[in-house]
Design a protein around this ligand. Structure first.
Ligand code: PEP
Ligand code: MG
Length: 571
């Protein structure tokens, strides 16, 4: 038995599919045997051609002619002598390794295509990237598995899975996944919860102990992973799975009920989503809107940034479908564990403290403005609220609002309709923002507290690092005091406060947050009904005195113990 961090509940049984890192790292090397290198390259092109033919056939069968067309285009690129022969000439002329030569040619083609006015040609740049990556993976011997179209039902096991790999996963085929690194609030874990796929991360020695085809059962609630279990164990876990499904069914009585404390205070209970596809689980779990739409997943689905039109359509879909329920859309938060290969951002020593979120957007204003234009336009179709991530000073907030105003002026000039009464908010994720929340509150309509980051920055504990995960706690008194401070400061200015970090859905946190006066709780859709059941059993006065007591406590252990005792009394 192995053990890891339980990040997404559910019991999974199935055969393992090992997933190796798909990151492509290219080094330049001098080559002696030029003929052999050219042959190696030609073989990689040939293998890609065979693979693409197979994918094309499958797409034709599963999705029809329309969707299969793209693979036809890819095959044509492989036949383009200008592209392929240019790489061969470069290998010969410069005596360099095939992957380096080919990547250079790919980049020069992409640069030319991306600078063209014609949008059709610009889109071809993404095709070139995709085809080239296939060839490069063959050259580098990277065992690539397309997670969006799997042949059979599997449990994925990997050293790590990137958020973009998780975003494209074939939900019908992936019964669960296991990784060696990561924590409860790594984005891969967050995605698993919103897709309702059982998952355990931070499992030490996972890849050493598993191989393709091994039969595994694991429990996403306890973090236990059993390799090749005996019949008795399988039976035991089958019973657990039944109990788990029964408990979920019982929660259904809370569908359609208002979220209201025993003494009548209404609480906004909303969902975190990553793409319009997540609306199905949101609706199934009867959330009262969206408290956090992580737009970066939209940027991870292609080989280049989504256009204004593509973004407009995605935002409009969500807004229209939920109208008049509120939808809080967060502007692009790239960086940290969320990477975009096509932005070519240099590796950093401390990516979570680096070029991330609003910092990147204020630097790459063109990308930011396209998103803001799409948002303003989509605002006409529902109850939109926009918020900025990772604000750490007043100046940053002012700068972000200035770009928003520029986007409005542009639309005005171009006579394009947009919504003029959108609430503007910001996330509180950085301690400096929490500390000056009295100042910031004057400049926004609302705050949303992002505890996933607020905890890591307050306690100096990397949210991705499983080795120090015992230090990462929302019950750390420093974190709780900051949350209370933010709520009080916002309320003094008459502004509302939500929380969209994972702590908002934690059953031990909810009574404390209620007592602090939090107005909106935003969480994975699968946590909505358990949260409603809990809130509907609580009383505001009791929550207030409980949270006052918690604020006097000195350690997270003391607070956790106190909350465990209280929850037992509740049930
Ligand atoms: C947070 O930091 O709490 C948050 C909701 O943002 P993300 O998890 O996307 O960093
Ligand atoms: Mg964050």
């Amino acid at each position: 038995m192995l053990r890891g961090i339980n990040v997404s509940s559910g019991i999974a049984f199935g055969n393992i599919l090992m997933v190796e890192s798909s990151e492509i790292k290219i080094e330049k090397k001098k080559i002696e045997d030029i003929e052999a290198e050219v042959l190696r390259f030609s073989e990689a092109v040939e293998k890609s051609r065979e693979e693409l033919n197979k994918v094309k056939e499958k797409a034709l069968k599963d999705f029809g002619e329309d969707k299969a067309q793209i693979f036809e285009t890819y095959l044509l690129i492989l036949d383009d002598p200008e592209f392929i022969d240019a790489a061969i000439s470069k290998i010969k002329d410069e005596k360099v390794n095939a992957e380096y030569a080919f990547a250079e040619i790919r980049d020069s083609f992409i640069t030319i295509l991306e600078s063209m006015d014609d949008s059709y040609m610009r889109e071809r740049a993404a095709d070139i990237k995709d085809v080239s990556n296939r060839i490069l993976r063959y050259l580098l011997n990277l065992n690539y598995i397309d997670l969006s179209s799997l042949e059979s039902d599997v449990i994925l096991a990997a050293h790590d899975l990137t958020p973009s790999e998780t975003a494209v996963m074939d939900k019908k085929r992936v019964l669960g996944f296991l990784t060696e690194i990561g924590g409860k609030t790594s984005h891969t874990a967050i995605m698993a919860r919103s897709l309702e796929i059982p998952a355990v991360v931070g499992v030490k020695n996972l890849t050493k102990n598993l191989k393709n085809g091994d039969y595994v059962v694991f429990n996403g609630e306890t973090g236990e992973v059993i390799i090749n279990p005996d019949n008795n164990t399988i039976e035991g876990y089958k019973k657990l799975k039944n109990d788990y499904e029964k408990k979920n069914k019982q929660l259904k009585v809370f569908i359609g009920k208002e979220t209201k404390t025993l003494d009548g205070k209404h609480i906004e209970l909303v969902s975190n989503i990553g793409t319009p596809k997540d609306l199905d689980t949101l609706i199934k779990n009867d959330a009262e809107g969206v408290g956090l739409y992580r737009t970066e997943f939209l940027y991870m689905q292609g080989e280049s940034e989504p256009t204004e039109e593509e973004q407009f359509e995605a935002y409009k879909t969500v807004l229209e479908k939920l109208n008049p329920k509120p939808v809080v859309i967060r502007t692009l938060d790239i960086g940290g564990d969320k990477k975009l290969d096509y932005l070519k951002i240099d590796e950093e020593m401390n990516p979570f403290l680096g070029y991330r979120a609003i910092r990147l957007c204020l630097d790459k204003k063109e990308i930011f403005k396209i998103q803001l234009r799409a948002l303003l336009r989509a605002g006409v179709y529902g109850n939109l609220k926009i918020m900025f991530p990772m604000i750490s000073s007043l100046q940053e907030l002012i700068n972000a609002k200035a770009v928003l105003n520029e986007a409005k002026e542009e639309l005005e000039k171009e006579n394009i309709s947009y919504s003029k009464n959108i609430e503007i908010g910001m996330m509180i994720e950085v301690p400096s923002a929490a500390i000056i929340s009295d100042i910031l509150a004057k400049h926004v309509d609302f705050f949303s507290i992002g505890t996933n980051d607020l905890i890591q920055y307050t306690c100096a504990v990397d949210r991705m690092n499983e080795k120090i995960s015992h230090l990462y706690s929302q019950f750390n008194p420093a974190v709780l005091r900051l949350i209370k401070l933010v709520i009080d400061n916002a309320h003094k200015e008459g502004k509302w406060v939500g929380m969209c970090g994972e702590a908002a859905g934690d059953k031990k946190m909810i009574p404390i947050l209620l007592g602090f006066g939090l107005d909106e709780f935003s969480m994975s859709s699968s946590s909505i009904l358990p949260a409603r059941r809990l809130i509907n059993s609580l009383n505001m006065n009791e929550a207030k005195s409980l949270s006052d007591k918690v604020l006097e406590m000195q350690t997270d252990a003391e607070i956790i113990e106190f909350m465990n005792l209280n929850l037992k009394v509740e049930s």
